[in-house]
Ligand binder design. Sequence first.
Ligand code: UDP
Length: 367
Amino acid sequence: MARSLVVGAGISGAVLANLIANNLNENVLVIDKRNHIAGNIYDYKDQKTHITVHKYGPHIFHTNNKKVFDFLSEYTKWHYFFLKPKAIMEGNFASIPFNLTTLYDVFSDPMAQKIEENLINTFGYGKKVPILRLREYKEFEFIADYIYEHMFKNYTIKQWGLLPEDIDSSVTERVPVYISHDNRYFQDKYQGIPLDGYSQMIKNMLSHKNIEVRLGVEYKNLNENFDRIFYCGSIDEFFDYKFGYLEYRSLNFDIRTINKEYYQPSAIVNYPNNYDFTRITEHKYFLDEKSEKTIISVEYPAAFEPDKNERFYPISNQKNNALYEKYLNEAKKAKNLYFIGRLGAYKYYNMDLAVEKIFEFFEKELK
Ligand code: UDP
């Protein structure tokens, strides 16, 4: 019986191992250098408060892809949840993404009404306009500058160390200005949080007689032969950084238990303009968990430094993308070696896209 190796027990590795085990009737060994499964979507129940904590930052599942949702639904039930975050702008809790309701959070009613009418007349109700595009309209100079200055500029400097116009435009396009009173962060058809947590969902996916999971194991220290290797880590590390380092942004989390029932009015509050952190997550909101206390994590962006912190966000730019391609060409010389997942593909995938990409990969390469 053929035997594959999957390096990394995050969502991409787990989905692939599951597909191989179920559809190809092969054996799969899944290893992870961390001592837990689920990669950066790992969550755990705090022993004292019983609140589920997203250790590596907030994860809200959302997709329009029914196939992805149905697949994951085989391994979890869902707590239906819409993320409605706030940002502190000029001292007010304002709805984000910046939308028509936000106008009334930050301006007087007559002023908000005037801007609202102009936006609807130009773009149409329900349209999404990336901030950098809105800035190109002379007639929207005031509102575009306001949103840019109060929501995007300093947040992006903290998060990426760069101005919004100096990062890949797809990043700020994730949070377009929304010509709507819909206050949700996402408009996808399917949204929610796994009822028993992400870690349990991944555990269920990996529970198969053909799948073995070994934790705390470095790929480099594994001395076994495999028919195929699927590597979900960073491609530069695999090749010992021989062409140079791929850049990533990292995050540090200050996770604190607070002695009151609620800390803030929503699961996530962004602080674009104050402090060194970008946002605070209050974890009990995700599953509507009840406790006299609450747990928050304060999120501090940082540069990624190998062996010091974790990789979170690939930094897509010409230099990094060219370096990635160079490594990928090297990888193509090897047979039966594949780089997959957010790190392996060096792409800012959401969870649903990570799953979709594994489906595509499986169909194309393994079926
Ligand atoms: N962003 C911002 N201000 C905000 C929220 C987002 O400037 O209040 C920008 C920032 O550049 C960020 C990007 O939009 O990196 C994408 O935000 P998202 O919330 O999708 O990031 P994630 O949750 O993946 O960290």
